[in-house]
Design a protein around this ligand. Structure first.
Ligand code: GLN
Length: 564
């Protein structure tokens, strides 16, 4: 059986539990262990596919077409391993399976209950993944915050796991140790309360990862250890860092991976972090800079664009550049015009999205980039919008549109395929997951990828309408990517433009630190070139050290008063 490390979170949400789990995965993998990561989400949706990005952030799509939590993106980026449908379990899926069994009569007249039926179903899904992946270590992250009603069945399931496999299960709890500026003190009480809450339901954490602005001093660690019933060495500072990719190093220095392998009785050497550290050094020490304008709809919720943001970090590192992202609402472009937002950017990106709001602004942004030779990358909806823009302003169909936004448009250059048009259910019914795509000889896409065939992940209903393809081509649009085995346009580009490319898929889902996505790398390269051409020089200025840098040093010696 795999060793199981359960990661829970306490005090508040957004402590970076997913990044903590992913970092732990990376460290154990760097020790030569086979690692798998799984996210258990306590909400009742079957998957996040039907949730608004405002609510849930990005939906991360796997190769096998599952719509999953964005933490799975961190798992893939940190461990380099591709995850599948079974790596994300929701309460909705668990109850769905149980209710189907109940209707079939599988429970043979018994009352169906949270314990044991729901907890058994949760454990079955954990063991199922362990078995399928043959992992040495299986990291299970439980979504939400300890104390939520929804997460109780999941916590109960992992409590039972520990009881049944005492030596093979460890609990890591991510918590917050706030630094109260007025008192100039770190406060341990929230951590004490959150651990108390865990212990009340029968879970004693083995390791505490304490999110903190300044490193915990020995006194604070000892106090947390005493009150939370863990050894002092198991109280580890998870100090704030500039880049999430520094987290594995912080944990390693805090002794996390060493402690876990010791406790779990796993044979392994020191982690080999050489390549990872080189990547982090490139992220932290850029030598050039460029600015990319992102014209979207959910720009206030950065989580909605998580993978795009990370893809730019990877592509920036590959180009030794700092890529500054400027967030622009499509609606704002409608009100004030594109020039106001885009005259000083070096590249324009229109990301994926749903719904009509801000569409005309996005179309205007594409036009601005096309006419002024600004590097442009369109992703999914971004390709659809670029097609509409071309149809309207180059091909001369003034009312061209997507049937998603105007079902009566005379030229529906973006439309539903027959197979999509009869579907009424919203959940899981899009074109989802990985599809092969062949690239046209001599195209920008082919040059950027450096190979004739690729595989990319999709999540959309609408497609470029083949009825109009020939005419668009005759006006200069290059259809440079075609789905293997099907007449579907996957990539468009414009040859008489310095860099203009848009794709029907989501390349951002496959970019990783060690394998930055070729389209992002080439797009950033083009943006850097444009900046130099525009300004005549590179204007990168290293950012000053954080203002509070000295504070940590001063605080290290300051003990916290010892009352509970
Ligand atoms: N709304 C568009 C479609 O469903 C684009 C989807 C997306 O950008 N992911 O086809």
């Amino acid at each position: 059986m795999a060793k199981i490390v359960v990661v829970t979170g306490g005090v508040v949400s957004s402590l970076g539990k997913g990044i903590a789990a992913a970092s732990l995965g990376l460290l154990l993998k760097a020790r030569g262990l086979r690692v798998t990561l799984q996210k258990l989400d306590p909400y009742l949706n079957i998957d996040p596919g039907t949730m608004s990005p405002f609510q849930h952030g990005e939906v991360f799509v796997t190769d096998d077409g599952a719509e999953t939590d964005l933490d799975l993106g961190h798992y893939e980026r940190f461990t380099g391993v591709s995850v599948t449908r079974s790596h994300n379990v929701t309460a909705g899926q668990v109850y769905d399976a149980i209710l189907s069994k109940e209707r079939r009569g599988d429970y043979l007249g018994r009352t169906v209950q949270v314990i044991p039926h729901v907890t058994d179903e949760i454990k079955r899904r954990i063991f199922g993944l362990s078995l399928a992946t043959q992992a040495d270590v299986h990291i299970v992250e439980i979504g939400g915050t300890v104390g939520d009603i929804e997460s109780l069945p999941f916590l109960e399931a992992v409590r039972q796991l520990k009881l049944e496999h005492r030596r093979d299960v460890l609990f890591v709890h991510v918590t917050l140790v706030p630094f109260i500026r007025a008192a100039r003190e770190m406060k341990t009480k929230p951590t004490q309360h959150s651990v108390k809450e865990l212990r009340e339901i029968g879970i004693q954490p083995d390791v505490l990862l304490c999110r903190t602005e300044v490193p915990l001093n020995d006194e604070v660690r000892e106090k947390i250890a005493l009150f939370c019933n863990v050894p002092t060495e198991a109280v580890i500072s998870a100090i704030d860092v500039k880049s999430i990719y520094e987290v594995p190093r912080v944990f390693h220095q805090g002794g996390l991976d060493g402690l876990l392998v010791r406790e779990l009785g796993l044979e392994s050497g020191d982690p080999d972090l050489k390549v990872w550290n080189e990547f982090v050094a490139r992220v932290l020490n850029p030598t050039r800079r460029c600015v990319i304008g992102i014209v979207g709809k959910y720009t206030h919720v950065r989580d909605a664009y998580k993978s795009i943001i990370e893809s730019f970090v990877h592509a920036g590192a590959a180009n030794r550049a700092q890529v500054e992202l400027r967030w622009i609402e499509g609606e704002e472009v409608e009100s004030h015009g594109a020039a106001r937002f885009l005259s000083e950017v070096d590249g324009v990106l229109v990301p994926g999205g749903f719904g009509e709001r801000g569409i005309e602004g996005k179309i205007e942004a594409v036009r601005y980039a096309r006419e002024r030779g600004i590097p442009f990358l369109g992703l999914c909806l971004g390709m659809q919008v670029a097609t509409i823009e071309f149809a309207r302003h180059v091909a001369g169909w003034k009312e061209a549109h997507s049937s998603e936004f105007d079902p009566q448009a005379p030229q529906k250059v973006i439309d539903l395929l027959n197979e999509q048009s009869g579907i009424t259910d919203k959940g899981g019914t899009m074109r989802l997951g990985s599809f092969r795509c062949e690239l046209k000889e001599g195209s920008l896409a082919r040059r950027a990828y450096g190979r004739p065939e690729i595989e990319e992940r999709h999540r959309h209903r609408y497609e470029l309408n083949n009825r109009f393809a020939a005419h668009l081509q005759s006006r200069g649009l290059v259809l440079s990517g075609k789905c293997v085995g099907r007449e579907l346009v996957e990539i468009i580009e414009m040859p008489d433009h310095p860099w203009f490319l848009a794709v029907q898929f989501h390349p951002e889902l496959k970019s990783r630190p060690h394998e930055p996505h070729p389209l992002f790398v080439d797009f950033v390269r083009a943006a850097l070139e444009r900046r130099i051409a525009r300004l005549g020089h590179d204007d990168y200025v290293p950012t000053a050290a954080p203002a509070e840098a000295g504070e940590a040093e001063r605080l290290r010696g300051r003990p916290e008063p010892r009352h509970a």
